[in-house]
Design a binder for this molecule. Structure first.
Ligand code: ZN
Length: 330
């Protein structure tokens, strides 16, 4: 019923009419992982995976009915330096999974959409899954039936619901940690719950050769920090280090300037502040994307751009985009 109603609204042209009155904006879409069968990696990555067929359908929709645009064009647009086409969309990926190179990029290249890939530099260099995925795996697979957190509170782990609660609690704690402190927290949990991601899971991340190849194919590579903390919940020194060090290492590998940044958004809110925006400017970034929903509009700060989470179906994406361009909440 809901789908029928949506189709009727889309066909009526009402949203397009409102869009014409609202002024232009760019829809920056946020993807993570694209695999043949999302169920296979669900135990690591949870619900952030698109199937290859859904992703292909969505990219074909963008190429056919919208105007794929670059981040640089969006930067100039929000600063009022130039306009963007009606229906402007930007495709971005967070985290740096190897499927971005193996599955998503060939589809993007085929339909002619240049994308931006934000990589977690520590994960690329060490061939390790992001901590969020490691914690998910630990809590989903441990044989232990309870876990005591650092305050002594005991979390039962008998049912899926109980495991999820304990997992979310541990994410709230771990997202405030960066670098070695974060690694220590994850390693402690691995020991306590006697569960750890298999070594082969590191092969799920991009390596530097693949990152370089993505830029050779015409895509942009940006930073998604060194170790994926919540930048609003670590010290400003740690946040600045995450930004500058990841930029420096990527630039050394790519032999080119890296000027685009993406804020990780694990667990707590907010995930960026005015201070982190200033730090990103000091670090030399020209754009930064958040996970706050909505279009990028003229006059906004290019260092805190909104994005849109693409649903998992082609029609769902079309609905998301039409609502966003008509400035409705989706
Ligand atoms: Zn991320």
């Amino acid at each position: 019923m809901k789908n029928l109603a949506r189709t009727a609204v889309l066909r009526s042209g009402v949203l397009r009419m409102i869009r014409g009155l609202r002024g232009r904006g760019a829809a920056i879409l946020m993807y993570h992982s694209v695999t043949e069968d999302p169920r296979c990696q669900d135990i690591f990555l949870g619900g952030i995976i698109h199937s290859r067929s859904a992703f292909r359908g969505q990219m074909e929709l963008l190429a056919r009915q919208y105007r794929p645009t670059s981040l640089e064009q969006v930067r100039r647009f929000v600063r009022g330096e130039s306009d963007i086409p009606d229906g402007a969309v930007v495709v971005t990926f967070d985290d740096g999974y190897v499927d971005n190179y193996e599955i998503a990029a060939p589809i993007l290249n085929e339909v002619g959409i240049p994308a931006t890939f934000y990589v977690i530099v520590g994960c690329v260099e060490q061939g390790k899954l992001p901590w969020v995925a490691r914690l998910r795996f630990i809590f989903r697979t441990t044989k232990k039936v309870r876990w005591a957190d650092s305050s002594g509170k005991v979390w039962p782990l008998s049912s899926e619901v109980e495991r999820d609660k304990a997992y979310l609690f541990s994410c709230d704690a771990c997202c405030k940690l960066a670098g070695l402190a974060q690694e220590k927290y994850v390693a402690c949990l691995e020991d306590e719950l006697d569960a750890r991601v298999p070594v082969e899971s590191g092969a799920l991340m991009l390596n530097y050769d693949q990152v370089r190849e993505l830029t050779r194919q015409g895509h942009i590579v940006g930073s998604h920090t060194m170790t994926h903390p919540n930048m609003a919940h670590v010290s400003l020194e740690e946040a600045s280090f995450e930004m500058t060090e990841s930029k420096k290492r990527l630039e050394r590998q790519l032999e080119a300037a890296v000027t685009h940044f993406s804020y990780p958004c694990p667990a707590l809110s907010p995930h960026w502040t005015e201070q982190t925006v200033a730090a990103s400017r000091d670090a030399g970034y020209e754009t930064a994307v958040t996970t706050d929903g909505g279009l990028a509009r003229k006059g906004e700060n290019p260092l805190s751009l909104n994005r849109i989470r693409p649903t998992k179906t082609v029609e769902g994406l079309r609905w998301n985009l039409e609502c966003a361009f008509a400035r409705r909440t989706v």
